[in-house]
Design a binder for this molecule. Structure first.
Ligand code: FES
Length: 132
């Protein structure tokens, strides 16, 4: 596993390649810290959210990615904003934690959990550069 320090001293680690995360899909990964992560690719933008639903701990990697990019838990249907983790539909009450994400070359790098501000987390996304 590849790790890179970021500007704040936190560590980003490669959890997947861009090719492994197809457009409109979600992918389960685990950080070296043991935190479950769900990577999401929607319209060329990558997000990294907690892999565990805040409602009853179901795997977010089994979620449905709706056409507008909202993530819907497969168990009870809670919906979350994939960029901020904000709850868009009950039964979840707490936002889904968001992780810092970067793309370095063909690798998707995930860093620390973003700070929470009220009902959401600080947004973090990375844009995939299209190659001709
Ligand atoms: S476990 Fe996700 S909505 Fe219940």
């Amino acid at each position: 596993m590849t790790s890179l320090p970021n500007d704040g001293g936190d560590v980003f680690e490669a959890l997947a390649t861009v090719a492994e995360l197809g457009e409109g899909t979600v992918l389960a990964r685990v950080k070296s810290t043991g935190e479950a992560i769900c990577l999401i690719r929607h319209r060329g933008e990558v997000s990294a959210v907690s892999g565990i639903c805040t409602h009853e701990h179901f795997s977010m990697a089994q979620s449905d990615l709706l056409p507008d990019g909202t993530l819907q838990c497969a168990w009870h249907g809670a919906r979350f904003d994939r960029r901020t983790g904000e709850v868009k539909q009950v039964p979840a009450a707490a936002p889904l934690p968001i992780y810092q994400v970067r793309i370095v070359g063909d690798r998707i790098m995930v860093g620390a959990r973003c700070p929470r501000t009220g009902a959401r987390y600080e947004a973090s996304t990375a844009k995939i550069e299209e190659t001709a």
